[in-house]
Design a protein around this ligand. Structure first.
Ligand SMILES: NC(=O)c1ccc[n+]([C@@H]2O[C@H](COP(=O)([O-])OP(=O)(O)OC[C@H]3O[C@@H](n4cnc5c(N)ncnc54)[C@H](OP(=O)(O)O)[C@@H]3O)[C@@H](O)[C@H]2O)c1
Length: 252
């Protein structure tokens, strides 16, 4: 099997996984954070768990970039820079800011770790190893520019929402409060919405099948979790804002 065939196979596997994960998570929320329990087995403290889980997205991506050697290609550097902007935040900054009251089950960390290796191949492997280098004129293409606006808007949204969630707790606190401000006015999980918009922007700005699959995966993984969070708040907080939706303003 050559690299192109391997990439196509991984695309189909990830699309199948996304469909499966969507159906399963609508019935059984992923067992970390407020939905975690001892049933999920031994767990790691949140900081090392997040670093470990997300680190392949940095390491494997850089390895694929080095293997593809697109060193003369400005567009490839821009793709790499945007990817690392997100994963630098998620892997090296976010874990040290969170005020989580929950450990993360090792099985969840392992699944995240493996997912990130395959996802790096889907995206960085697809862009730097499988597809021919994109000309530098791509950076003026309307698809790149539209995707970039969505990518940066989505990134700003989930970073800001992460901040609003974090500051609901004083250091050492573990309880939950109703989040307010920013896009929480409209939805329960603007952090997930921002993440999905960001990866949809990535799909458009790279105009790649790997990006499209990642956007679909993110929706399949995070929309059911947002629905579970929404139901959880409504059960526990009688004054939860009734007009607020789970993930898509006015819709869902
Ligand atoms: N692309 C993907 O497939 C993917 C997958 C997973 C996560 N992510 C991203 O990773 C980030 C974290 O995800 P997550 O599932 O952990 O998000 P989350 O369930 O919303 O929790 C985020 C953090 O805020 C705390 N928190 C949440 N609601 C709170 C409240 N009402 N009061 C006080 N503290 C609260 C949580 O503490 P506890 O841990 O104690 O609940 C946790 O530390 C998000 O930005 C998400 O978009 C992306």
């Amino acid at each position: 099997m050559n690299l192109l065939e391997l990439h196509r196979t991984v695309v189909w596997i990830y699309l199948g996984l996304a469909a499966l994960v969507f159906v399963v998570l609508l019935r059984l929320p992923a067992g970390y954070g407020r939905h975690g329990s001892r049933k999920w087995g031994p767990a790691l403290p949140p900081r090392p768990a997040w670093v470990l889980m997300e680190s392949p997205a940095i390491v494997a991506t850089i390895l694929f970039f080095l293997a593809g050697r697109p060193f003369q290609n400005v567009t490839a550097w821009v793709f790499l820079g945007l990817w690392l902007l997100h994963y630098g935040y998620r892997t090296l900054v976010y874990p040290f800011l969170i005020r989580s009251g929950h450990s993360v089950p090792i099985v969840v960390v392992a699944m995240g770790f493996l997912f990130n290796i395959g996802n790096a191949f889907l995206n960085a492997g697809g862009l730097f190893l499988v597809a021919p280098p994109r000309p530098d004129t791509w950076l003026g293409d309307p698809r790149f520019l539209l995707g970039l606006v969505l990518f940066l808007g989505g990134l700003a949204t989930h970073v800001h929402s992460d901040y609003l969630l974090r500051t609901l707790r004083a250091p050492g606190e573990t309880g939950y409060r109703i989040p307010r401000g920013g896009l929480f006015q409209w939805v329960t999980s603007p952090n997930y919405l921002g993440e999905w918009v960001q990866w949809t922007g990535w799909a458009i700005l790279t105009w790649s099948i790997g990006g499209l699959v990642f956007s679909i995966w993110t929706a399949a993984n995070l929309f059911p979790r947002a629905v579970a969070h929404h139901a959880w708040y409504r059960e526990r907080f009688p004054d939860y804002p009734p007009e607020r939706r789970a993930i898509l303003p006015f819709l869902w």
